[in-house]
Design a protein around this ligand. Structure first.
Ligand code: SAH
Ligand code: DHB
Ligand code: MG
Length: 221
């Protein structure tokens, strides 16, 4: 089994289940043209995020790691009428591309793109008087995943859903002797979850056009 095989199957799935979409397609094209790395979620993963956020019945969504706003579009479209998405991005350049992509998708008023280090933006968000987030998607740098997860829990309520991307790292998550800071980050997440009362979670390994990785799905008690 190879990435070529997984990519063919992803293409089959997308052809059957993820119709072409002008705003999503334009977002990917503009992100590529601007030289952003192609580390957005795949179309079928984006649709999974959308379906999960809809299942939860989300009025407010938080995303950590915007890039060009591809996953933001999928998530924002899952919001109930009048709902809002806040998305955090370190790079001003990425945020500019995302804002333009979101505007083209008709989501400029729905999505609040905030620029800065998530470790600084999250405490600021916690100071604001706002309703808890119904759904949180964590997809920024991997070293800080345990901290992002702690903030996600603080900013959530009972029943909120938290999804963390890239938590398998080509299987390296199961390597106790790793020295890779990104892998240590996703191991730290699993240690948090191991010791956490009141969070029910699982991690699913995935293969596809983006290679071998996985995601963690958690519900706050
Ligand atoms: N969720 C996007 C992909 C995000 S890629 C999608 O699927 O479409 C990861 C993003 O996190 C990059 O744009 C990177 O600039 C951003 N990032 C990295 N470190 C960060 C930090 N400390 N705070 C906020 N964003 C960060
Ligand atoms: C990387 C980051 C991601 O969020 C992802 O889905 C794939 C790769 C990366 O930093 O390489
Ligand atoms: Mg990711």
């Amino acid at each position: 089994m190879s990435i070529e095989q997984w990519t063919l199957v992803d293409q089959y799935i997308v052809d059957a289940l993820v119709p072409p979409d002008a705003a999503l397609d334009a977002a990917l094209a503009a992100s590529e043209a601007a030289g952003l790395p192609g580390i957005n979620v795949s179309p079928n993963q984006g649709k999974l995020l959308h379906l999960l956020a809809r299942l939860r019945g989300s009025s407010s969504i938080l995303e950590v790691g915007t890039l060009g706003g591809y996953s933001s579009i999928w998530l924002a479209r899952a919001l109930k009428p009048g709902g809002k998405l806040v998305t955090l991005e370190l790079s001003e350049r990425h945020a500019q591309v995302a804002r333009e992509n979101l505007r083209r998708a008709g989501l400029a008023e729905t999505v609040d793109v905030r620029v800065g280090s998530a470790l600084e933006l999250l405490p600021a968000l916690a100071q604001e008087k706002r309703a808890p987030f119904d759904f949180v998607f964590i997809d920024a740098d991997k070293q800080n995943v345990p901290s992002y997860f702690d903030w996600a829990v603080k900013l959530s309520a009972s029943g909120s859903v938290i999804v963390v991307d890239n938590t398998v790292r080509r299987g390296a998550v199961a390597d106790p002797s790793t020295t890779d800071a990104n892998v240590k980050g996703v191991q730290g997440l699993h240690e948090r979850l191991r010791n956490h009362r009141g969070i029910d979670a699982t991690t699913i390994q995935t293969v596809g056009s983006k290679g071998y990785d996985g995601f963690t799905l958690a519900i706050v008690a």
